[in-house]
Design a protein around this ligand. Structure first.
Ligand SMILES: N[C@@H](CCC(=O)N[C@@H](CS)C(=O)NCC(=O)O)C(=O)O
Length: 213
């Protein structure tokens, strides 16, 4: 049985598993409560961040790498175009841009806003990270002027990667998405796979509900 440890970026992994129709279980990891006493989780990821994946003898971290593993191991799947397909370069680029360019930078903007001491919320690093996020978002905007999805006409794992980052940015409150990005997120999150992932990811659901009011 595949086990996903933790939500956060683990939402991407759960969404992918739902899209692929693979059985899995989600094991909660409560970062807010602290992971120091969660010995089972620390044995899997001593660095203490989420998500992590356990699949038989396989233990992995990094949400994008985990998605690539699952698609390679249990595919083929239309969520990952073949390397010889003309959509592959855009797919590969946006799959990684969603984390390395977008989520990784906006995460530090969000945690600075939410957790840093009052005087440090608008620190130089957080301002720079927001600038980096916005510049990378421009590539998403340009792609959406050309096609409905990151790799072209079809939904792929690159959309799971990028949608997660755009929602993280929106929820953090530092970014207002443009019309094209909002329509894109509405399109990707209307999928049954996303809705099922949301049902599973109760901490994410509770966070969204808290933000809504
Ligand atoms: N690049 C990693 C980022 C993992 C990450 O930073 N996760 C956050 C929550 S979504 C976390 O665990 N933060 C606490 C920490 O890093 O100690 C991925 O895509 O999985």
């Amino acid at each position: 049985m595949i086990t996903v440890f933790g939500e956060g970026r683990g939402f991407r992994v759960v969404w992918l598993l739902e899209e692929m129709g693979l059985p899995y279980r989600l094991r909660d990891v409560d970062l807010r409560a602290g992971v120091e006493n969660d010995t089972e989780f620390l044995a899997i990821n001593p660095a203490g961040f989420i998500p992590a994946l356990v699949d038989g003898d396989v233990t992995m971290v990094e949400s994008i790498a985990i998605m690539e593993y699952l698609m390679a191991r249990y595919g083929p799947t239309p969520l990952a175009p073949d390397a010889r397909d003309p959509t592959f370069p855009a797919y590969q680029q946006f799959l990684h841009l969603g984390e390395a360019g977008l989520a990784a930078s906006i995460y530090f903007v969000n945690v600075s806003r939410a957790l840093a001491p009052e005087a440090e919320r608008q620190n130089w690093g957080a301002r720079k990270a927001l600038e980096v996020f916005k510049s990378r978002l421009g590539l998403v905007t340009r792609q959406l002027a050309r096609a409905p999805y990151m790799a072209g006409d079809a939904f792929t794992a690159a959309d799971i990667s990028v949608t997660y980052a755009l929602e993280l940015a929106q929820r953090g409150g530092s970014v207002t998405l443009g019309e094209a990005e909002q329509a894109y997120v509405a399109r990707t999150t209307a999928r049954d796979g996303y809705k099922r992932a949301m049902e599973t990811c109760h901490a994410t659901r509770a966070w969204v509900a808290r933000l809504a009011g």
